[in-house]
Design a protein around this ligand. Structure first.
Ligand code: ZN
Length: 675
């Protein structure tokens, strides 16, 4: 071994050891900076000697993006676990096992039930070969690149055995909390729990996303433990520990039902202090011979059972329903008598819309059951009918806008049919906030969210959407909590937006039924010229694809409305449009030309935005899967067992199924720009 090779190997050894101490043992010996310096030194050496880079080098954790996931058939199926909800259920399980075994099923190993995504990691000859999701238990997606970003998962182990290590991939709570805070600031629906977030992350096609989300893995077994000669589950765990894996944080070998109960009780008290979500405790019979004797039902092994903790809930009285003028609608918020829930006092909870109020039959004066999404955001589960006194009152849609007192209008959402209540008064503060937000989002101006817009309006720094265009750093910095650095970033972003293509501008006008797709068609027809657009005739508009008479009238009305002239003039003075180079680049981006897509399920960005992206890239979207469909896009927030007609049809027809990350990769678009 020459000097360089030796040096590189030495560095890798050191780095692996420190990764293990930091991510597995949570007991680092050196500072982050010192660690970074070791890693940088290794990177530099490997850059000089690329022939010496190996797949298990700590520098290889974050690789390049992939375009789609292949599937793998698990060598040993990953069965699900039967759930139980009470101690008597567990006693019954013990008795059942004892009867079948003709002897005591104890000792039983108790572990935490981590609320994440199960994965299988193949190691052979000491190397991490591949990682896969549980999938349907028989087959899963290959997620090797993302698995490699998980620092608590060793890329190299000392054993040469060919094994499938099973573990639970999870997202630390703090990551979820930070991300949710950001999403709330941007007016986006927060992730309900760590599991949803983990599942979205692990299916991201860009390993950099997975690396950023700081996923962890706690391993819980080896698929081939018995064949390899292990006698007990706990022995296999001990072996994994010696190999440098992070085990389940709490493992206890219990010798009686009493010990199991004590374990469950202790965890129930401590679980809110863990840095990750758990939803219960898993109990496994330790003896592998006994496990084999018990075997499995079609669904689940008989030698394992999960005890699930009840979701923390609080009961409280509904005092008032406040109608809030939001971005695009007036939505109800429940004010309840203050009540303790998961460590905080809760006094209001989300109700979403009037349909939910009616569906859940919630009345003023009712007692409500409240839970927290992601342990943070309270929402109403149901009303408690038994507690009614007869004095409860039905909740009505507000007749007048709570901000300006103008009459409200009620319509149905085109997409999901839900009831929308809105205020149509153009001078309403709420409406101004709504128009300004729309303007900002359509022009993709970053770093300005609905909350900032509210503050700008409240402080009279802006009075109309177009005032945003003239914002200065000093004005922005006069808002509390806003630093000069953020202020100049925003000003720069606004300036940059003046080079956005015409269709973005037209859709930013907020003309009813004129979204990015229709705007795109109009922009083409008016040769990307704002002047031509402002002089367009009704006849010309009606000949454009997607523009019906009603839409044409809306557009003409918008252009000619005297009230809109200050806005239009401000835009004329500000907008420059893309440079010729950018225009050419846009034309080349017809990457989905001739391809047909169906989008379904819950994704991390609104479905409509994904459909816009497809159309903007030259593709088509349809509402049902047929032989003509090229791809079915299922949002990554849906579990593997997501059931829908579209999915069934796509599988029958052998159509590829992708998620929003894969879609964005196809057109080289960063998904964050869609949020
Ligand atoms: Zn109003």
């Amino acid at each position: 071994m020459d000097e360089i090779t030796e040096k590189i190997e030495n560095l890798r050894k050191q780095i692996r050891r420190h990764e293990y101490l930091y991510y597995v043992k949570s007991d680092p010996e050196i500072s982050d900076t010192e660690f970074d310096m070791l890693l940088k030194e290794l990177e530099a050496l490997e850059k000089e000697h690329p022939e010496l880079i190996t797949a298990d080098s700590p520098t290889q954790r974050v690789g390049g993006s992939v375009t789609s996931f292949e599937t793998i058939v698990h060598r040993v199926p990953m069965l699900s676990i039967e759930n139980s909800y009470s101690l008597p259920d567990i006693m019954e399980w013990v008795v059942r096992c004892e009867k079948q075994l003709n002897r005591s099923p104890f000792p039983v190993v108790a572990e935490l039930k981590i609320d994440g995504v199960s994965g299988s990691f193949n190691y052979n000859n000491g190397q991490l070969i591949s990682g896969a999701t549980r999938g349907d238990g028989q087959k899963g997606d290959i997620i090797t690149s993302n698995a490699k970003t998980i620092k608590s998962l060793p890329l190299k182990i000392s054993s040469n055995l060919d094994i499938d290590v099973r573990g639970e991939i999870y997202t630390p709570r703090i990551v979820l909390e930070e991300l949710n805070q950001k999403r709330l600031d941007e007016g986006l629906e927060p992730f309900k729990n760590c599991r949803n977030l983990t599942s979205g992350t692990i299916k991201s096609l860009n390993p950099a996303v997975a690396a950023e989300r700081k996923l962890g893995v706690m391993v819980y077994g080896i698929a081939q433990a018995k064949e390899l000669g292990f006698k007990k589950h706990s022995e296999a765990l001990e072996f994994l520990k010696q190999q440098g894996f992070k085990l389940n944080q709490e493992i206890q070998v219990c010798n009686s039902v009493e010990e199991v109960k004590a374990f469950i009780d202790r965890i129930d008290v401590e679980r809110n202090n863990f840095q990750f979500d758990i939803d219960g405790v898993v109990l496994k019979i330790d003896d592998l011979d006994k496990q084999e004797e018990l075997g499995s039902t079609a669904k689940a092994p008989r030698w394992v059972i999960a005890y699930k903790f009840p979701q923390p809930r609080a009961k409280s009285k509904l005092i008032n329903v406040e109608w809030r003028v939001g971005r695009s609608r007036i939505t109800p918020v429940a004010w309840i008598e203050p009540v303790q829930l998961c460590g905080t006092t809760v006094s209001r909870a989300s109700l979403h819309n009037i349909d939910q109020i009616r569906e859940k039959d919630i009345r003023l004066g009712d007692y409500l059951l409240v839970e927290k999404a992601a342990y943070i955001i309270p929402y109403v589960v149901s009303s408690v009918k038994e507690d009614r006194t007869g004095n409860e009152k039905e909740i009505q849609i507000p007749e007048f806008c709570p901000v300006c007192g103008g009459k409200t209008t009620t319509t149905k959402d085109d997409e999901d049919g839900s009831t929308i209540v809105r205020c149509d008064n153009e001078n309403c503060f709420g409406v101004k906030a709504r128009r300004t937000t729309h303007f900002i989002t359509q022009l993709e101006i970053e770093n300005i969210g609905p909350q900032l817009i509210d503050r700008l309006l409240e402080n009279k720094i802006i009075n109309q959407p177009e005032d945003i265009l003239k914002l200065t750093e000093a004005e922005l910095a006069s808002i509390d909590r806003m630093g000069i650095k953020s202020a100049s970033k925003i000003v720069a972003n606004i300036k940059k937006a003046s080079e956005k293509p015409l269709f973005r501008l037209i859709s930013a006008f907020g003309i009813s039924n004129v979204g990015p797709v229709v705007s795109e068609n109009i922009s083409k027809a008016v040769h990307q010229s704002l002047e031509e657009f402002l002089e367009v005739s009704s006849e010309k508009l009606k000949n454009i694809e997607g523009v019906q008479e009603k839409i044409a009238n809306n557009i003409i009305e918008f252009i000619n409305n005297p009230n809109n002239q200050p806005f239009i003039n401000a835009i004329k003075a500000w907008w420059q449009g893309p440079s010729p180079v950018e225009l050419a680049a846009q034309k080349a981006s017809n990457k989905l030309e001739g391809k047909s897509f169906v989008v379904t399920g819950e994704a991390i960005v609104p479905r409509r935005k994904l459909e816009d992206l497809i159309k903007q890239s030259g593709g088509q979207t349809k509402s049902s899967v047929s032989v003509k469909t090229d791809y079915l896009v299922i949002g990554s927030l849906e579990n593997e067992d997501f059931v829908s007609n579209k999915k069934t049809k796509a599988i029958q027809l052998g159509k590829p199924i992708i998620n929003e990350f894969e879609l964005c990769n196809m057109v080289d678009v960063n998904i964050d720009t869609l949020k």
